[in-house]
Design a protein around this ligand. Structure first.
Ligand code: HEM
Length: 285
């Protein structure tokens, strides 16, 4: 039961994050002006944007329910670190729900002010923390080996690239370099006249460093996990570059988000943790 609840919580959290990206890319963030129900009613809304927004709320609620159920089972059936990681996941579920409510009330999807941009980004970081800690909980209870996998340095580079990627998207800096790659506004090193250009340029360069980190990981320790991670980082490049070159074609924006958060989940499950302390936990029954 615990295993099923944890898997469902992870899957629904991931789907909610990708769905949220679709809501953002299709500008449907304010299609339901009230919260928690759309137009204050249980009746499904008629227009597509409102359906998308309501779908996101439904999937997020399911993610919350399964996170709560897995928290209850972790506290009943295990001891040690999983209790802490599942508590963190649950705490951030509550804060993400509150941030989501605040976002609708303050109409942050318009991204008019810096506070809007920050609140939108914080909401994504909260979701990443929930997903990350759910995966860590699963990993602590069920994964056998903690030693093999993605080196910590590659994980950290990828994480910083993702954190800046979220900022690029939720500050509306996606088009700051134009629809070009590898150039940015006509040159390899752009004029840093606007902070949006600087942010996008920073994100691109962090991505190149991340690519190098994964190449190094592959060369220094060739195994199935480092090989797949290198394939995934290349796929992320393909989706990101084609999204930019096509002027943010919706299916490619969707794939960029889906791949980005899948990559985060994969890395969190596979990041190498040195066995200096015994992290393995046994279920008590
Ligand atoms: C290691 C490779 C990369 C990773 C891990 C990564 C990660 C991310 C993530 C997590 C987001 C936010 C997605 C969302 O919230 O929906 C993002 C957005 C973005 N990334 Fe990357 N990225 C990478 C490479 C690149 C490259 C090479 C480019 C340049 C062509 C790029 C350009 C962008 C842009 C423009 C956005 C904003 C999209 C929008 O405004 O809709 N990324 N990235």
């Amino acid at each position: 039961m615990l295993r099923a609840f944890l898997i469902l919580a992870i899957v629904f959290t991931y789907v909610a994050m990708v769905w949220g990206g679709l809501v953002r890319s299709s500008d449907s963030g304010l299609a339901c002006p009230s919260w928690p129900l759309c137009y204050g009613s249980f009746e499904p809304p008629k227009d597509t944007a409102a359906k998308l927004e309501m779908g996101h709320r439904t999937v997020s609620s399911l993610a919350g329910i399964f996170t709560l159920l897995s928290f209850v089972y972790v506290w009943k059936k295990t001891r040690g670190l999983p209790k802490l990681t599942s508590t963190i996941a649950l705490a951030f579920t509550f804060s993400a729900a509150l941030t989501g409510m605040k976002m609708i009330k303050a109409e942050t999807p318009h991204l008019k002010y810096l506070s809007h941009m920050l609140l939108e980004s914080v909401h994504i970081y909260e979701s990443m923390i929930i997903l990350g800690f759910l995966i860590l909980t699963y990993r602590l209870i069920y994964k056998r080996s903690m030693e093999e996998g993605v080196p910590l340095y590659a994980y950290i580079f990828a994480l910083i690239t993702m954190i800046t990627g979220v900022l690029v998207r939720y500050t509306g800096s996606g088009e700051a370099c134009g629809h070009e790659w590898p150039t940015c506004n006509g040159s390899l090193i752009p004029d840093f006249t606007s902070w949006k250009v600087t942010l996008q340029f920073l994100h691109r360069n962090l991505a190149y460093t991340t690519w190098l980190a994964f190449l190094l990981a592959l060369v220094s320790s060739f195994n199935r996990t480092t090989l797949l991670s290198f394939v995934f980082v290349n796929l992320q490049f393909v989706f990101a570059i084609s999204m930019v070159l096509t002027g943010f074609f919706l299916p490619l924006s969707f794939m960029d988000t889906a791949m980005g958060f899948f990559f985060f989940a994969w890395l969190t499950y596979n990041v190498q943790i040195k066995p200096t302390i015994n992290l393995k936990v046994k279920e008590v029954w």
